[in-house]
Design a protein around this ligand. Structure first.
Ligand code: B12
Length: 492
């Protein structure tokens, strides 16, 4: 059997990092972990190829080669997925679809031959068994959550890693919290399910053996969902593993209560984590109560962020406007918070209600659902009718983005962050691309860019005051360029 695994294209969005990746001549952020994991679950004697449309194109010869095309996607890849499925139909190749887009809205893809939904650990084996017996069904689904200690290591060797800037790996699925707008618990459950430390070390070893030295993104919904296990098993194993390794800084997603645990913070920095994404959402306490974000309530959020930065973690933050409790003052409050906290990568979005969430059910009852979700939460669109009215909300939202990504504000924030930041000790692996990227940044941002004054100020400040942070400062300058392109041009 010949299986062609195809990953649809991401549009040019906040998280695509397209404009930043050009500086390091990379084509995409990370290879598609879902598809590579599914590939590892297929019989080993089957032939498999990966075409990630973000790094290469799909040829007629690819389609002619394949017995089945396996496609995975998120909502944001909807259009590209649709076009891909139409092409497969035209070429007469059968399509098997899975992953979050199809799990949420499979009934809208009438041309797909087989849906293998939810987590493939449970739904793929019955599909494969039926296929072998010539009686494959149209849809496979489950309400159970599998034990991921049985999940095989992804087949990274199918991906051409030279096109990517990061590799994703996964240690756990699920999150213990209950934020009402988040569909992670609907998709993956409340109880964090963990791999073993041995599994994750084997995955890292295989990436290291493939020559990977750049960053690793632990795509866990909340890496500290089970603190006990993380502290006693996983981090000690990662610390040991890192001892004789070069490069490979880690990043992940965590809840803000990490700031309350100094031992956990110390272990994370020692293990080589240098960046965490945290759902901050809002400085408005009433809105935190409204969405049941208990872990963020009743604390000095700026101080919590600074504690993470001082411990060696760059904090990237998710922010939301449009809660029922938000008043017109929320826009300035968010700007002030973001500037003060030194959260350079601030993903600000309008409140949206993904199907399957408590928020969705409430707004449905209240008759406040409209449109479909675009899947891009930084494009200024929403599927809800906000209490403050859509126009004032969008206007305020526009104001936030215009301000926080304007060069003056952005670079000021970078400096606020760098003043606070104490980086972890990771042995730096110098890639020739980094030197070329520095040259490109000097030309694009320091000579041609509207930000040139701010760029040079950051350049020399870092070089003289915090030379160890110089590569990070240039990376942030490049990311700022990307954020400006997507936030200025693409808000709908
Ligand atoms: C990593 C990640 C990203 C990375 C993607 C990097 C990459 N190229 O892979 C980045 C940072 C770019 C990203 C961005 C965004 N993401 Co994201 N992301 C994730 C995250 C945390 C992990 C995904 C992952 O790799 N999981 C590990 C693999 C093993 O799981 P998996 O892909 O689901 O695959 C399993 C099954 O789904 C199934 N499967 C998957 N594909 C296929 C295919 C076939 C044929 C079969 C049979 C089975 C199958 O089998 C696998 C094993 O069980 C998920 C949350 C989550 N835990 O899934 C959100 C998630 C996928 N993201 C989501 C969203 C909304 C976004 C953003 C809009 C912003 C945001 N709110 O975070 C942006 C949009 C992207 C853009 N460019 O604008 C949503 C998607 C909702 C949806 N229904 O589409 C999720 C589910 C989070 C959420 N709260 O809802 N994201």
């Amino acid at each position: 059997m010949r299986i062609l695994l195809v990953y649809p294209e991401f549009p040019d969005t906040f998280w695509s990092f397209k404009h930043a990746l050009k500086f390091v001549r990379k084509k995409a952020g990370a290879p598609p972990l879902g598809l590579l994991t599914v590939a590892a679950m297929l019989p080993s004697e089957w032939e498999k190829r990966l075409v990630d449309l973000n790094v290469s194109s799909l040829t007629q010869a690819d389609l002619a080669w394949a017995d089945y095309v396996f496609v995975s996607a998120m909502i944001v890849q909807r259009d590209s997925a649709r076009a891909l499925i139409a092409r497969c139909k035209e070429a007469g190749v059968k399509v098997v679809a899975g992953g979050p887009l199809f799990t949420m809205e499979h009934e809208r893809f009438t041309d797909v031959d087989h849906f293998v939904l939810n987590e493939a650990e449970l739904t793929l084996p019955p599909f494969l068994a039926d296929l072998a017996n010539g009686c494959a069904q149209h849809t496979y689904t489950t309400t159970e959550f599998p034990d991921i200690q049985q999940t095989p290591a992804p087949l990274w060797q199918l991906a051409n890693l030279k096109h990517y800037d990061t590799v994703s790996i996964q240690f756990s699925r699920g999150c213990p919290f209950s934020c009402d707008f988040c569909n992670v618990t609907a998709l993956l459950g409340h109880r964090p399910r963990l791999k073993t430390a041995a599994q994750i070390i084997a995955e890292l070893d295989s990436l290291y053996a493939l020559g990977w030295r750049k960053s690793i993104f632990f795509v866990d919904d909340n890496f500290i969902g089970n603190k006990k296990q993380i502290k006693s098993e996983v981090l000690p194993a990662l610390i040991e593993w890192r001892k004789d390794k070069l490069g490979m800084p880690f990043s992940t997603e965590v809840s803000i209560n990490l700031a309350d645990d100094t031992e956990l913070l110390r272990l994370m920095a020692q293990a080589g984590f240098d960046t965490v994404f945290v759902g901050i959402e809002t400085p408005n306490e009433d809105s935190l109560v409204e969405c049941s974000k208990t872990q963020n309530k009743g604390r000095d959020l700026v101080e919590s962020v600074k504690r993470l930065q001082r411990a060696g973690l760059q904090v990237q933050g998710g922010f939301i406007v449009g809660f029922d409790n938000d008043t017109p003052s929320i826009f300035q409050q968010q700007i002030d918070f973001i500037q003060k906290s030194g959260i350079v990568t601030a993903m600000v979005g309008l409140l949206q209600a993904p199907p399957g969430t408590r928020l969705y059910e409430r707004l449905k009852r209240e008759g406040r659902l409209v449109n479909e979700m675009s899947g891009d939460n930084v494009d200024g669109s929403t599927n809800i009718i906000p209490k403050m009215g859509l126009e004032p909300l969008r206007e305020g939202y526009r104001k936030i983005l215009d301000q926080i990504y304007a060069p003056q504000f952005y670079y000021e924030r970078v400096l606020t962050f760098l003043r606070e930041y104490q980086p972890p000790q990771i042995r730096f692996h110098l890639e020739p691309q980094y030197i070329l990227a520095l040259g490109r940044s000097i030309y694009q941002l320091g000579i041609r860019g509207v930000e040139r004054v701010h760029y040079w100020r950051l350049f020399f400040w870092t070089l003289f005051r915090r030379p160890r942070l110089f590569p990070l400062a240039i990376t942030l300058a490049i990311m700022g360029f990307h954020f400006r392109q997507v936030t200025v041009l693409h808000i709908v």
